[in-house]
Design a protein around this ligand. Structure first.
Ligand code: NDP
Ligand code: 8X3
Length: 251
């Protein structure tokens, strides 16, 4: 079995690479930080005795995505699982004060990057007669929250794409799952707040957030259901989070 996971240099993607590796999947892993990517590839190969192909590209760059994925060798084209995970929030402002560069980064990564990767891999799955695409959306793709604007819009788009892909893939027997986590402590908030670690920490203060392993575990569970079972959409929050607005913080 082969899984392609985008954005494995941190957080949910990294934890997902680990759980698929542990379950003896060979892996194609991607990300921009090449040092982290190569290190993870070496670790997973040694620890689990699997094959790992690290591909260093930016999902926003359509030509790079196409070059890297269209040149996969026949053995690597037999992809069973595509986990579209690479993504980010950039900035936290009202729409009237928003930074256009932040907006472009989120739209280009979370929507266009996901589409560029899927456009390459879906035909391979169709050729193979099987496959499973899992898209990491968000609770932010179910409810808009203050200053969430463009990030929320990109995740609503991922949710819509998961629904659309399921329609397009049905005749090919390819499963599509939408993964919608609430607050998970990763590098997500450090990226959102442009490197401000103290501010990022506040996001997860006073309650127990989800961990990347919690989400990876659920992703793997979705991917390991019997072939006739498709988990369409799964919304996961910490027990202390009721929805996008209400978090029970003790301090
Ligand atoms: P992290 O910041 O820890 O990880 C994000 C990953 O995405 C990194 O590996 C990063 O790699 C990769 N990435 C970002 N931009 C690009 C790009 N242009 N090209 C290639 N890879 C890219 O955050 P999370 O693990 O939390 O985020 C993973 C996904 O989960 C995202 O889609 C996020 O929106 C979603 N999510 C996160 C939640 C949370 O609370 N943390 C909740 C709900 C959803 P590199 O920088 O090396 O390229
Ligand atoms: C990430 C979770 O609530 O910070 O998608 O938007 S949240």
């Amino acid at each position: 079995m082969i899984a392609l996971i985008t954005g494995v240099t941190s957080g949910i993607g990294k934890a997902s690479a680990e759980i698929f590796a542990k379950n003896k999947y060979d892996l194609i892993i991607t990300g921009r930080r090449n040092d982290r990517l190569d290190k993870l590839a070496d670790e997973l190969k040694k620890k689990y005795g699997i094959k790992v192909l690290p591909l260093n590209f930016d999902v926003r760059k359509q030509k790079e995505v196409e070059k890297n994925l269209s040149l996969l060798t026949p053995g690597w084209r037999k992809i069973d699982v595509l986990l579209n995970n690479a993504g980010l929030a950039s900035g936290f402002d009202t729409i009237q004060e928003g930074n256009i560069e932040d907006w472009e980064a989120m739209i280009d990564t979370n929507i266009k990057g996901l589409l560029y990767v899927t456009r390459q891999i879906a035909p391979m799955m169709i050729e193979n007669g099987k496959g499973h695409i899992l898209n990491v959306a968000s609770l932010a793709g179910k409810q808009a929250y203050p200053k969430g604007n463009v990030y929320c819009a990109t995740k609503f788009a991922v949710d819509a794409l998961s629904q659309s892909m399921r329609i397009d893939m049905i005749e090919h027997g390819i499963r599509v799952t939408n993964i919608a986590p609430g607050l998970v402590e990763t590098e997500f908030s450090v990226v959102r707040f442009h490197g401000d670690k103290d501010r990022a920490k506040q996001t997860y203060a006073g309650f127990q957030p989800l961990t990347p392993d919690d989400i990876a575990d659920i992703i793997f569970w979705c991917a390991s259901r019997p072939a006739h079972v498709n988990i369409n959409d799964i919304l996961i929050t910490p027990t202390a989070q009721a929805n996008a607005y209400i978090v029970n913080r003790k301090s």
